[in-house]
Design a protein around this ligand. Structure first.
Ligand code: AMP
Ligand code: MG
Length: 321
């Protein structure tokens, strides 16, 4: 098994290492090495228009790659790092263009996982890492998920299952205000409770045009459809993923009632069902409340477009879409 020391040496030498974070497993490369980062894009088949998040082990390290570090960044980092929060800020020239998809900004995060922090510290460089999966597929929340995606092509530091289970909340800081680019388990409301209130902070969820925000993403190979309840399940041949008791006879998976526990389990359940080659996976939609926003966002992107219309998941916004 790969030690942290060996993994850090590999990163410094321009190689790739998959490592655990509290959100999902990352596929890491030295963020200051354009050739190493290019290998990440190649291995994932990730389009170069999709920027990577740069992982740091301290606020000082973040300040070394951000060209600006406004008071709001300091406040949020002090309060939520290490944690599932990515801050998008103007980048310094040391960060190669390939990392940021040629954007003048860089997404930075300090992950809350001892192995990740130790790896970054020992490597002595910030680590650019997207999720350790093939582009567009389900994100990995265990080392086994990473191995299933890449086999021997990449070594994995095994830190067990990810605690959060859903990708980080991504926010940009522009003119002292927060802009949500991708919802996560840390909600905009929680972030704003620490930050100055601002009218320009909340764009319509899921609609912000940002590189990498592909409408179909995080998907199993099996068609996934979103349903209101067991009555909308198309038959008995697939799987029904539910929160409230169903009494259905098809393959049925019971999910936790609370959002944090649901998120931690979601990708593992979908990975597992995906391996069964079922004709479909029906997922009962969680309620349309702030605590479920990130989970609904990922389910929305995972759903097969022909089977789940945006209206099913965003009824209140359907007229604008
Ligand atoms: P992943 O690493 O697979 O979780 O994806 C990283 C996501 O972070 C991307 O898809 C972007 O949406 C977001 N991101 C990273 N860097 C930036 C940036 N500079 N500007 C906007 N969004 C970013
Ligand atoms: Mg990803």
């Amino acid at each position: 098994m790969l030690s942290i020391k060996e993994a850090a040496e590999r990163i410094r030498a321009g190689g790739l290492v998959a490592f655990p974070t509290e959100t999902v497993y990352g596929l890491g490369a030295n963020a200051l090495d354009a050739a190493a980062v290019a290998r990440v894009f190649e291995l994932k088949s990730r389009p170069e228009t999709s920027p990577l998040i740069v992982h740091v082990a301290s606020i000082d390290m973040a300040r070394e790659i951000a060209a600006e570090w406004p008071p709001l960044a300091e406040e949020l980092a002090q309060k939520w790092w290490p944690g599932p929060l990515t801050l998008v800020l103007p980048k310094k020239p040391a960060i190669p263009e390939i990392v940021t998809a040629a954007l003048p900004t860089v997404g930075i995060r300090m992950p809350n996982h001892p192995l990740a922090l130790e790896l970054i510290e020992q490597a002595g460089v910030p680590i650019a890492a997207p999720s350790a999966n093939r582009f567009g597929q389900l994100s990995p929340t265990t080392a086994q998920h990473v191995r299933a995606a890449f086999g021997d092509a990449v070594e994995v530091l095994d830190g067990g299952p990810c605690r959060v289970g859903i990708e980080s909340t991504v926010v940009a800081i522009e003119n002292g205000a927060l802009k949500l680019l991708r919802p996560g388990m840390l909600s905009l409301g929680e972030l704003e409770s620490a930050a100055v209130p601002s009218e320009s902070t909340a764009p319509p969820l899921g609609s912000h045009p940002s590189p990498g925000m592909h409408p179909r993403h995080y998907s199993p190979r099996t068609p996934l459809l979103l349903v209101d309840g067991p009555k909308s399940v198309p038959g008995r041949t697939g799987a029904y993923v539910w929160r409230k008791k169903s009494g259905l006879v098809c393959r049925s998976v019971h999910m936790p009632a609370a959002p944090a526990e649901y998120a931690a389990k979601l990708y593992s359940v979908l990975h597992e069902l995906d391996r069964e080659n079922l004709p479909w996976i029906a997922v009962e939609l969680p309620p349309d409340t702030p605590a479920w926003t990130a989970i609904r966002d990922r389910l929305n992107r995972a759903a097969s477009p022909e089977q789940a219309s945006p209206e099913q998941i965003w009824p209140s916004q359907s007229s604008e879409r």
